[in-house]
Write a protein that binds this ligand. Structure first.
Ligand code: PGA
Length: 240
């Protein structure tokens, strides 16, 4: 299982050090753990986290260097990070990132040998209009256009209405969405894409993790709010 924690725009340097001081001691698992601090805390996170923990970035730009105020490049992140999240719903809906932009970022991230967690998922309005599959299909096809398949691709199914709301999707909806994602990946890349790890994200917490991990098509979780507290996140990370 891959257990990923997305801190979003939370925690400063002091809080990052404190988190790992506690979390390192609580972590007892064979699961793969990756934490995504915000940019200023990445360096200190890498130095404070146990070596078995991976560190990732919440976003990256597709150019290498130059006049791109406010952006961060793959080569700037590479010494500290092996993962990057792309297409998170915050980026899509609050910063209006298009599938075309996400596609450029994924290409560059793969060139730079990052593992990419590509997030997809429908809004409540789209869910109510039965558009979940068409939304996911568009996001996958367009974000992955002209990209060669690699095992460094991970998908996170994150229904937008479940993020930060305390309401997770139910077993049936997660199973359906994960099967559909798998089918779409196979149609894009062939049978080799069948084993792509598909994570679930959206209000994952210790109270619902058993149910979510028990779904056969779920190969990990992307956790937001519940990854901020070392004890809470350790409970999820240590799941057997
Ligand atoms: P949440 O966030 O666990 O707080 O719902 C998940 C995410 O945004 O990845």
């Amino acid at each position: 299982m891959l257990v990923a924690g997305n801190w979003k725009m939370n925690k400063n340097i002091k809080e990052t050090i404190l988190f790992f001081k506690k979390f390192n001691k609580l972590l007892k698992t064979k699961n793969k753990i990756v934490l995504f601090p915000s940019f200023p805390c990445i360096f200190v996170a890498r130095n404070s986290a146990s070596k078995t923990i991976s560190i990732g970035a919440q976003n990256v730009f597709f150019e290498e260097k130059g006049e791109f105020t406010g952006e961060v490049s793959c080569s700037q992140l590479k010494p500290f990070c092996d993962f990057v999240i792309l297409g998170h719903s915050d980026r899509r809906h609050k910063f209006f990132e298009s599938n075309q932009l996400i596609n450029k970022k994924i290409k560059k991230a793969f060139e730079s040998k990052f593992k990419v967690i590509l997030c997809v998922g429908e809004t409540l309005k789209e869910k109510n209009k039965n558009k979940t599959n068409s939304v996911i299909s568009n996001q996958l096809k367009q974000s992955l256009s002209k990209i060669k398949f690699t095992k460094n691709l991970f998908i996170a199914y994150e229904p937008v209405w479940a993020i930060g709301t305390g309401k997770n999707a139910n077993i049936k909806d997660i199973t359906k969405a994960h099967s559909f994602i798998q089918k779409t990946l196979v149609s894009l890349f062939g049978k080799k894409a069948e084993k792509t790890q598909i994570l679930y994200g959206g209000s994952v917490k210790p109270e619902n993790m058993k149910e979510i991990f028990s779904i056969p098509k779920v190969s990990g979780v992307l956790v937001g709010g519940a990854s901020l507290n070392p004890k809470t996140f350790a409970k999820i990370a240590n799941f057997k």
